[in-house]
Design a protein around this ligand. Structure first.
Ligand code: SAM
Length: 227
């Protein structure tokens, strides 16, 4: 399968393995990953966040309950919410999640947004697990036609050392992996997509949760469906 599908599947596999109840996808674009995750029965709350409202709303009807959901109501309840806003801002709607995914998001952030990102995601949201994926620039010479970056909207692309240095953080342990193996003989460039899987070291930091819950809302909630 193409790499973008492998990235979605990577998250789905983690969901199947760890059974998180509350999952948020940051930079959810057209909500394809959220749509895939809605079929995971362990999930009770799904949230998406993106700065581009139109892209997010394009196919959001897919997240609505299916006729079968009404005909055969299941034991579990699922709440899906889409928020319009930036990962550079804190909003209490993102508190209390078990898993937060950021797939091919960070390389689209302006320097000022990128600077705020760790404090928002690891410091404020502080979910049990965070998954971040981003291009590995060491792989670029193997991609035909790529001169500077893989996409014109990318603000940067990091090699493995740059990502791993940036990804030290806030009471989380991190393991690095990736998707898209290089052809034989070029293995030393690493994966095409690099991935960091971050696991919170301490169960819950009560102090942070209590003091910061009073943050004002920064996102606009657009779509909310309950099944
Ligand atoms: N995660 C999806 C995927 O893997 O297919 C989409 C990745 S797309 C390359 C990056 C997404 O991040 C875009 O939908 C873009 O609008 C969103 N984005 C960029 N800057 C953002 C920000 N500051 N806050 C939230 N989303 C942002």
């Amino acid at each position: 399968p193409p790499l973008y599908k492998q990235r979605y599947q990577f998250i789905k596999d983690l969901v199947i393995k760890y059974k998180p109840k509350k999952v948020a996808d940051l930079g959810c674009a057209d909500c394809t990953l959220l749509w895939m995750l809605k079929f995971c029965k362990c999930i009770e709350v799904l949230a998406g966040l993106d700065i581009r409202e139109n892209v997010m709303k394009e196919k959001m009807h897919r997240l609505s309950p299916l006729p079968a959901d009404y005909l055969q109501p299941s034991e579990r309840s699922l709440t899906v919410t889409l928020h319009h806003g930036s990962v550079a801002h804190k909003d209490p709607c993102m508190l209390g999640f078990d898993l937060v995914s950021c797939i091919e998001l960070i390389e689209h952030l302006e320097a000022a947004e990128l600077e705020k990102f760790p404090e928002v995601v690891f410091g404020f949201m502080a979910p049990a697990m965070v998954v971040i994926s981003t291009p590995n620039s060491e792989f670029n010479p193997l991609l035909p036609g790529v001169t500077l970056f893989r996409h014109s909207d990318h603000k940067f692309e990091w090699d493995r050392a740059q990502f791993q240095t940036a990804a030290t953080s806030y009471n989380y342990t991190v393991e690095f992996t990736g998707l898209g193996t290089p052809p034989p003989g070029t293995e030393d460039v690493g994966f095409c997509t690099q991935i960091g899987v971050f696991v919170r070291k301490y169960p819950k930091n009560g102090e942070t949760v209590n003091s910061e819950k009073h943050t004002e809302h920064a996102y606009k909630t657009h779509f909310s469906v309950y099944t």
